[in-house]
Ligand binder design. Structure first.
Ligand code: MG
Length: 367
């Protein structure tokens, strides 16, 4: 790895909450990544909705395959910019751990249920999983990850929540940035889902080629592809167009970010944390990204068939929440919890469910 002086460095990590002896074979960021991969929460991503509910079909992205794509893009960008690939990979693999079953519909339903108890936010939940909820270790709660990985997982946070999170919450109050590795994973996430959602949308039949060519950037690139290979079919053309578009976004992100890094002349990660954010897309490409997002919102996320799949989620989550609050012995033996404590463990339990486990539990206890 050809690391720049402002890259995150496992040898200068701000450390783990519980001090541990170093590993002989792996650096601390590799160790974080391995702990994430071996966690139960990571395995459950396989059965959680990205856009399509898991049982809708085997060929669509799930939270797991999405996270793998984000990790792959993040590593490539990190390598190009001389940043720490292992840290970017660890953050990418953990970035969606806190998602509820049934995607955004599930998250907003659980947030609604949790309103009287402080609300529910999937990003905060991702940190809670690695800090508290995973329980495979004797010496500490959670996975005891390094500060740098935890800082990267916590993308956004209200000042109220930040105050309760100690060191890792401070940057939100002080208006500072996380590492460049953390900054780039956010962009890799967007690049991944914008493109794979076009692909899944098309393969599901909900988005058509004719609709796609109404998006000027898609039209431009697909015309290029077609003029080079006049015999190409629509399916191959869409695949080739998506590959090229992703490549253009990633190259733009690397070039634009590199120019900003050069301008700042960072000498350390500490200077990165005190400067304005530097990872980003050029104005032209940021606009193209916005129009892709707009297209996906209108044509895919709000498509009646996607909505019908997720509308049911609200009913399932609300019913589970009400039933478990009323009869906590169904999943918990502790009788000494006040209402607030109970709501938090009910929320942890529901958020951890896969789509199918939530449906099965709903059938079993709510009907
Ligand atoms: Mg994501």
């Amino acid at each position: 790895m050809n690391l720049k002086p402002f890259a995150a460095d496992p040898n200068k990590s701000l450390g783990r909450q519980f001090k541990e002896a170093p590993s002989t074979l792996r650096n601390d960021f590799q160790r974080d990544r391995d702990r994430i991969i071996h966690s139960g929460a990571f395995r459950r991503l396989e059965y959680k909705t990205q856009v399509f509910v898991n049982h809708e079909g085997d060929m669509f992205r799930t939270r797991l395959t999405h996270s793998l794509e984000v990790a792959q893009i993040s590593r490539g960008i990190s390598r190009t910019l001389g940043l720490h690939e292992d840290l970017a990979e660890a953050i990418a693999l953990a970035h969606d751990l806190g998602h509820t079953p049934f995607g955004h519909a599930g998250q907003s339903a659980l947030n609604q249920c949790m309103k009287p108890y402080g609300g529910f936010e999937h990003n905060l939940q991702s940190l809670r999983i690695v800090d508290v909820l995973e329980n495979d270790y004797v010496d500490f709660k959670g996975l005891n990850l390094t500060f740098e990985t935890r800082e990267g997982i916590l993308k956004h946070c209200s000042n109220k929540n930040a105050r309760q999170l100690g060191e890792v919450g401070k940057r939100f109050i002080q208006k500072r940035q996380p590492s460049l590795e953390a900054q780039l994973v956010n962009f890799a996430d967007e690049i991944a889902y914008n493109h794979h959602d076009i692909d899944d949308g098309y393969r599901s039949g909900l988005v058509t080629f004719d609709q796609l060519i109404d998006v000027p950037f898609f039209n431009e690139i697909s015309s290029e592809v077609k003029s080079e290979s006049p015999l190409i079919n629509d399916k191959q053309c869409i695949k080739s167009t998506i590959r090229r578009m992703m490549n253009i976004f990633i190259m733009d992100l690397c070039q634009y970010s590199q120019a900003q890094i050069d301008r700042e002349q960072f000498k350390s990660i500490d200077e990165v944390r005190h400067a304005a954010p530097v990872i980003g897309l050029s104005v032209t490409m940021a606009k193209k990204q916005q129009s892709l997002k707009q297209f996906l919102r209108e044509k895919l996320y709000l498509h009646p068939r996607v909505k019908a799949m997720t509308d049911n989620a609200q009913d399932v989550i609300q019913s589970l929440f009400a039933k478990l609050m009323q009869s906590p012995h169904l999943f918990n033996n502790n009788d000494n919890l006040d209402e607030n404590e109970l709501a938090i463990i009910v929320s942890d339990y529901i958020a951890g469910m896969t789509d199918r486990y939530a449906l099965q539990t709903f059938e079993k206890i709510c009907k």
